[in-house]
Design a protein around this ligand. Structure first.
Ligand code: K7E
Ligand code: CUA
Length: 650
């Protein structure tokens, strides 16, 4: 898609002004007029605002240049949003149920994902999660459009979505951790996705008094192996590194020169538990001037586990802290107190840490870190024996960006953009020299921000989206729980220009990534006939037209059903109360968009059957009666006729 140049329209309007009427409030010194100018004037738009409208408007049928994948926060999904139009295109349920797609409320596929994603020893069946950080798969540090992963902040899990069909295929409950925040990020060739714990946990999983916090509680950094074909996570090939009981926060992967290394922020190196008298947990956890940037050599860690130097702990290869120190897998560098974001610059050399309680961003030099490690230029160790590098030996410098810096992203011209939570602004600064360039106010409290492909080795710049937590007065009052606000900012203008507000009526996005839409080359619109989306392979339960059947095997009733505009075959299913019923439904359509639904009233079952898809609905026919199943998707003129009977005899 070709972007409309702002200058062109201004020029067109200028030409128009020769013939037209003068217009009040026309900005940029250009006198606008003619029909467009009048329209802008009637709507009370400045020239800049009218330009912004043209830059983000999609003519009917046009598509966006970029797709943004936003985490849904504690609503548990991933949302797909077009950029620059800022239209919500799709919601992909990951950790939470969704009745449109039948995810978790009917399809055996999604119920399997939910079951397998809830360790019964550790959890109840989990039907929600707190999706924080999506990570697109990468090849050589570039998004490759194959898969996307996201962490569950609440339960220490990772959800995996295949970008062929935009469906969740797996939830992995990562052992030895509950809450998570460091990740997920993908290593530059998606060998691993990384997730680290947030609050430390007793590693035996048992009740442990907080007085034993230092002895028994531990954090972990987990490198979860990715199967390159399916994108699925393979715990058996993964490994975990034990960390001291600090709160490990955000994390990022090294790239280019720093490939093979990973970086995790921490806070509460005070190890406050809230048990101390006269001081709150929060108060005690901000007393140290410095916390520790964790510097992890994951490539070497992978070699250490390959050599057999690990323990097994709850199904994962576990490198004890002592081993990690001995093998040189873990180092600390001081970082100004209670930092939040750590982001590796596109060059792989600069590592940007933002401390929410410090107005500076601190830029570490990977080269200096390597020199300090090689020359063992340490400033002692932490209480657990981890070597601490000297702050002054490993930093390139600091930039004072403003109040409450959190997260940073990058463009293609050597600039970084940092969100300022306290100041409600975005700061633009240059990586070389380290200098503040410009700030733009945003509305209102910015958490993460994102630029186009802004955490890859070759960002596009172009657009920045500021993910604002409070919208305050930017949108109509729609009750007490308000939408948040995404703000699209143009990076191609001489100064950063605000283009658009997008109300976010779901809670609550944290991080997003923006990928060029044409990189999503694996997208499909129709499945091969009889595909089980869980495996992406032909289902053993698939039915072809003319081969529909009902097979009884004791109390098990297998129904091989097809769906096609506008009927289910068979459309009468007779069961006996107490039967275990399997409805194997195949949508035998081959046209894009020819989706059917299949809902059974009273049994809490609803599935979506996209063209070519086979889904099994499994349930115990516990109640007798006449149940009118029907197609839930308005698929054709005779959609209402697309119905049938499940007759359960007493
Ligand atoms: Cu800053 Cu979970 Cu990345 Cu929210 S986190 S903002
Ligand atoms: Cu099929 Cu409506």
């Amino acid at each position: 898609m070709k972007r409309i140049k702002a200058g062109a329209i201004t020029a067109a309007l200028l030409v128009g002004s020769v013939f037209g009427v003068g217009v009040a409030r026309w900005g940029l010194g250009a006198a606008a007029s003619g029909e467009l100018g009048k329209l802008a004037s009637d709507r009370g738009l400045s020239g800049e605002e009218a330009e912004a409208a043209l830059k983000t408007f999609l003519a009917p049928g046009q598509h966006d240049e970029y797709l943004m994948f936003a985490s849904g926060g504690h609503s548990g999904q991933i949302h797909v949003i077009g950029v620059p139009s800022m239209q919500l295109l799709k919601t992909i349920p990951v950790f939470s149920t969704d009745s449109w797609s039948g995810y978790g409320v009917g399809a055996d596929m999604s119920e399997t994902i939910f079951r397998e994603g809830s360790d019964p020893e550790k959890n109840d069946l989990l039907t929600w999660g707190d999706a924080h950080h999506p990570a697109l798969s990468e090849t050589e540090g570039e998004y490759d459009g194959r898969f996307i992963y996201v962490n569950d902040r609440a339960n220490g899990r990772i959800g995996m979505v295949n970008l062929a069909d935009f469906k969740t295929k797996q939830i992995l409950d990562v052992p030895n951790m509950t809450t998570s925040h460091g990740g997920v990020f993908a290593t530059p060739n998606t060998e691993y996705v990384h997730i680290s714990s947030m609050q430390p946990q007793p590693q035996d999983g048992e009740f442990t008094e907080l007085s034993e916090y230092e002895d028994k509680y531990r954090g972990v950094s987990t490198f979860v192996s990715v199967d390159q074909k399916s994108g699925k996570l393979d715990l058996a090939k993964s490994f975990q590194i034990e960390l001291p009981p600090y709160d490990q926060d955000l994390a990022d992967a090294g790239k280019l020169g720093s490939e093979g290394w990973a970086f995790i922020n921490s806070y509460n190196t005070e190890m406050a538990t809230g048990e101390a008298e006269n001081v709150t947990l929060e108060g005690e956890s901000i007393t140290n001037d410095f916390d520790f940037l964790h510097i992890i050599n994951w490539e070497k860690a992978a070699e250490v586990v390959e050599a057999g130097n690990y323990e097994m702990l709850n199904g994962v290869r576990y490198i004890p802290l002592e081993t990690a120190i001995e093998e040189g897998l873990l180092y600390f560098a001081p970082e100004p107190r209670n930092p939040h974001g750590v982001d590796v610059a596109p060059n792989g050399e600069q590592i940007v840490v933002s401390g929410k309680l410090d107005p500076n961003v601190t830029v570490y030099s990977f080269e200096k870190i390597m020199k300090a490690i090689d020359s063992e230029d340490f400033d002692g160790t932490d209480p657990f024996g981890v070597p601490i590098l000297k702050f002054d030996s490993v930093i390139q410098g600091q930039v004072e960006v403003g109040g409450g810096p959190l997260h940073s992203q990058f463009d293609d011209e050597g600039f970084a953009y940092t969100s300022l939570f306290v100041e409600s602004a975005v700061a633009k600064w240059s990586l070389n020299p380290l200098e503040l360039v410009e700030k733009i106010p945003i509305h209102y409290n910015v958490g993460h921000l994102v630029t186009a492909e802004g955490d890859t080795v070759s960002p596009d710049g172009k657009y920045l989206v500021s993910l604002n937590k409070w919208s305050v007065d930017r949108h109509p009052v729609v009750g007490t729980l308000k939408p948040q606000n995404f703000q699209l900012i143009d990076l191609d203008t001489p100064n950063m220009q605000l283009l658009k507000d997008m109300a976010i009526g779901f809670g609550e996005p944290h991080y997003t990534q923006i990928i060029k839409a044409d990189k999503l080359t694996s997208r499909i619109e129709v499945y091969e006939p009889g595909t089980d989306p869980l495996t992406m392979e032909h289902s053993e339960w698939a039915t072809e037209a003319g081969k529909e059947n009902i097979v009884r095997d004791g109390d098990n009733l297998h129904v091989y059903m097809s769906a096609m505009r506008s009927h289910f075959t068979p459309d009468i299913v007779r069961a006996k109360a107490g039967d275990h019923v399997y409805m194997h439904v195949t949508n035998i359509e081959t046209s894009p968009d020819a989706t059917h639904g299949f809902a059974i009233p009273g049994y809490n079952k609803q599935i979506s059957l996209d063209p070519g898809e086979t889904v099994t609905v499994e349930f115990d026919a516990t109640r007798s009666g006449s149940f009118a199943f029907y197609c839930t998707e308005f698929c054709s003129a005779l959609h209402l006729e697309m119905q049938g009977w499940l007759l359960v005899e007493p």
